[in-house]
Every structure is written in structure tokens, then in C-alpha cells.
Design a protein. Sequence first.
Lengths: 325, 312
Amino acid sequence: MTDFEQQVAYYRYLAKKHGRKILLGVFILTLLLTSVRTVGPEEEGVVLNLGQYSRTVNPGLNFIAPFGIEKMYKIPVQRQLKHEFGFRTTGISSRSQYSDSDFSIESSMLSGDLNMADVEWVVQYRIENSFQYLFRVKDPERSLRDMAESAMRKSVGDRTVNEVLTVGRQEVATNMEVLLQKLCDEYENGIRIDQVVLQDVNPPALVKPSFNGVNQAQQERETLINQAESEYNSVIPRARGEAKETIQLAEAYALNRVNGATGDAARFEALYTEYIKAPDVTKKRIYLETMERILPKIGNKIIVDEKGNNVLPLLNLGTKITLSK
Amino acid sequence: MIKPRQIIIGVLVAVVILAVSGSVFILNETEQAIVTQFGKPVGEPRVKPGVNLKVPFIQKVQFFDKRYLAWDGHPNQVPTKDKKFIYVDTYARWQITNSLQFFIRLRDERSAKSRLDDILDGETRNAVAAHELLDIVRSSNRKPEIGEDFLEQLENLDSISVGRDKIEAMILKKVNERTSDLGIRILDFRFRRVNYVEEVRNRVYDRMISERNRIAEQFKSEGQGEALKIRGNKELDLAEIQSSAIKDAQVIRGKADASATSIYAGAYNKSAQSRELYSFVKSMETLERSLDSQTTVVLTTDNELFKFLKKP
């Protein structure tokens, strides 16, 4: 007997001895592989029994009828899924990377005033009804994309390009979210729209500078107005102060004038009361007292006789001459 | 050695297995089917998922999809009624509603799609050519929200008479009429993308640029106008403030002068004697104020003061 024949004989012996056990092992293994299913925490399992919907099972270890009698589809119903329009996120490191490809065919659309705008957006959604998602619509993801593009264009189509770019951004998203949800309900695709988020919204690249020009002009307008207003502010409050000053000076003058007059009048009245008692003497006294005060201050005094008037021409020296009678 | 009995049993088992497997078919949740006998459909279409029966060997099963199916339109370049050249991309959802009819008329999904291409693309072209671009873009006569008042004239959205929704509904109705005998139903038809064709885009850009420039100019001139207004206002306010202050001051001064005059008059104008005293006292004061060290006085002795200089 050769070695080879010996070996074959040995295997034959083994097969005869353990054949049933091996078959049983294979059978059990297949049974396990086709009947034990793990449903992840974010998923639910939809079980078909001979092609017919039988039940929906929760996360955890689940058993289905083996050998292909039952089949299970796992749907991540808890996970929030998203579709991107006009751009694609390619990798997520610390910072998201975006694909360089051109998705402008998705993002370019017409606004209600027949201008063009590039709108990029994200639709966040969840699969709410896994039965509908699986069995009602063929390729539900693609149909969701179609619907989203159609709804966004409808929403933008009813607005001016200015609205889409500025004040109406939020409204576009909200409006589109409502439209899209309505479409989903109509299609019974089991999808619930969580949120529509507008990303970059731009005018076409060639037109962008002139849009910026509008912003600049707007700034310029504000600057001009501010300048004029600052000029106004630098002049008017000061003028108000000056006006107040002018009036207060006048009031001060009035006060002086009236008080002065009152004082003078009182003084005169007092004098007059005494004067009336002895007019001539008082008058003379006042005259003499005044002279007493004046004469010492005068530089040149020339006293002449009654007939000395003819001296006058000789004294024409350029000095002021006062003649007192 | 294999005995003849064993062979007979083996053959019988094989026949039974073939017969069973030939008379049972499994219909999935997503499927519907019809059964044909020598190529001719027999019985009602099968729509209930699960195990279904048929006659083995002579009957065959044709499976069809039961779900909403996609139809994707070819992006078409179409002129609108107002001669705007646009390209239109559409989509539709349809369903096989009568699989028997469907099988007779179209046989399979592929030929159905090509039939749908003919009908839908044609109807799309007709509808687009019969309407103005604005009607295809807008779906309602919504009033725009205006950020800046003066942009009103520019932010105006022209009214539409038909609108996108109605055009879509119209196309949907027409294609359903035309496909009514095919065993299918179009559930939904929509414009996915509508845009200017490449060749006219530059002209659209030019128009947008000129529009924006118009707004920019308006902003600029608005700014200048507003600034001039403020400046004018400044001059006006300034004049008003200054002149009214001067006026008020003069009034105050005048009143003070008047009341001083009346006070003086009240004191000095009592009697002939008071008038006499006032003029004397005032003369004395004036005299005192007007004479100083530079003055030269020539006095005569014929004087109240110096009369005693000559003789006592």
C-alpha cells in the first residue's frame, strides 16, 4: 500500500465514522446564520415572511424563520440623514472638505423676477415609516432629491432675487420645508423632513461684483448722511449755546439797567427831599463841593480878571480848553 | 447495487418536488404579477404578497413592480411663448395600476419608459411653448417683501395668469388621458429644473448687472441728496437759532431800557424843582467826568468860587 492509498482509506474511515455529525454541524450553522439577526440601536428591522410583510422588530437580538423563509431589512429610523444640493462634503476631518466638482446644475435657478441665483442647501430628514420607505416608492432617496430640487425652485421662483439673497432667506427654507413635506406625504415614502438649511446663496459669479457694488453704494450713502449729520451736530448745539449766551447777556444788561435806574432814582429822591428844604444853599454846596473835587485834578489853571478874555488867543497851545462860567 | 424500487422512488420524489416548486411562487411586497399560459394571460393579476399558486409546467409568471416608479425627463431646450430659450428638466412618478393591461400593451418597464418619454417630453414641450417664462417660474402672485422702500419699483414681481402649479397639473391631466389604456397611471409630474440655456445667460447677466448698477446709482444719489438736505437744514436751524436769540435779546434790552426810562422819569419829573435839581446835578457829574489833568481851564474871577479871590 502506498502512502496515498493509506491516506484515502483513513479519510474514508473518518467520513464513515463522523459523516452524520458533520452534516448536522453544517445544518446547525446554516440555521443560525439565517435566523439570528442583530438590529442596531438606531435601526429597526422589517421582516418579510415569504415576501409578505410580517412585523417590525426593535433593536437587539432577533430571530427570524431560517433558510430564507423570512427576510429582514434594517432601516436606520433614529438616524438623521441628509442630502446636499449644489455641493458635496467629501471628508470630515477637523474641518469639512468639499468636492471640487461643479454642481451648479443643481444650484442654479431662476427667481421670480427672472434673475438667476445659485442656491446651496441641505435637507435633513429621518425615515419615519420604514414600511412605506421600503415598499411604496422605488428608489426613495432619488425621488427625495427630485422633490427637493423641484420644491426649492418653486419656493425661489416666487421671490425676487433680492429676497432670496437677503431678507427672505429664512422664509425660502421654511416655505420649501413645508412644500417638501407635503410632497413626501403625497408620495407616502415614509420620510419626515426635519429641516431645510440654506447654505451659500449667491448671485451668479459674473454678476457678483455689481451686487457688491450695490452694497458699497449703500455704505456710501450711509457715510454721506453720517458726515452731513456730524456736521449738523458739530454746529447746532454750539449755536444753541451761543443763543442762550446772547439772551443771558441781554438779561444781565436788563438787570443792570433797571437796578441802576432804581438806585439812581432812590438816590435822587433822597437828595430831592433834602434839597426842597433849602434849595439855594444846597445847590451852592453841591457846586462848590464839585469844584473842590475837580480843580485839583486839572493840570493847567489860568485865572483871569473879568476883562481878561483877550488873553485867550495866546493860549492856543493845542490843549483842550474848557471855559467855565 | 441500486435496486429498481429505489430508482422509481427517486424519480417520483423528483417529480413531486418539481410539481410543488412549479405550482408555488412567492410574491414580494414590492411586486405584482400576472400568470400566463402559453404566453396568454390567464386569471386576475396577483397583487397579494406571499405564497401564490399556479398550474405547474404550463403556466408562467410575469413579475411587475408595484411601487411608485421614477421617470426622468430629458433636459430639453424649448422656447417659451415669449421667445425665451430655456432648458427644462422634468420628472414624474408613475405606477403600474393594471398589470394585465400593462403586459398586453407594453410588456415591460423599459418599453413603458420609452413610451412615457414620447408622451411626457412632447406634452412638456407643448405646455412650455404655450406659456410665458414667468408662468413657468412662478406659482402664485405673492407680493414680495421689500427691504428698502425705494426699491419698490425694482422689487416688483409681475403678475402671472397661470403659474407653474397649474401648468404641471395640466400636463399631468393630458398625459394621463393619453396613457389611460396602458394600464399605468402618472401620479405626479413636476419641473425639476428650469434655467436659461447657456447661450442667453450672458445677456441675462448683462441685464442683472445693469439693474444692480441702477440701484447703486440710486443709492449714491440718495445719499448725496440726503446729505444736502441735512446741510440745508443745518443752515436753516442755525439762522433760526441765532436770529431768534438776537431778537429775544433786543426785546429784553428794549424792555429794560423802557422800564429804566420810566423809573428815571418818575423820579426826575415830579415838579419844576426836581427837574431843576436833576439838570444841575447831572451837569455837575458831567463836568466832573469830563475834566482831567490834560485840561486847561481859564477861569475868571467873575465866578462864585473865585469872586473872593479879588475881594472878600
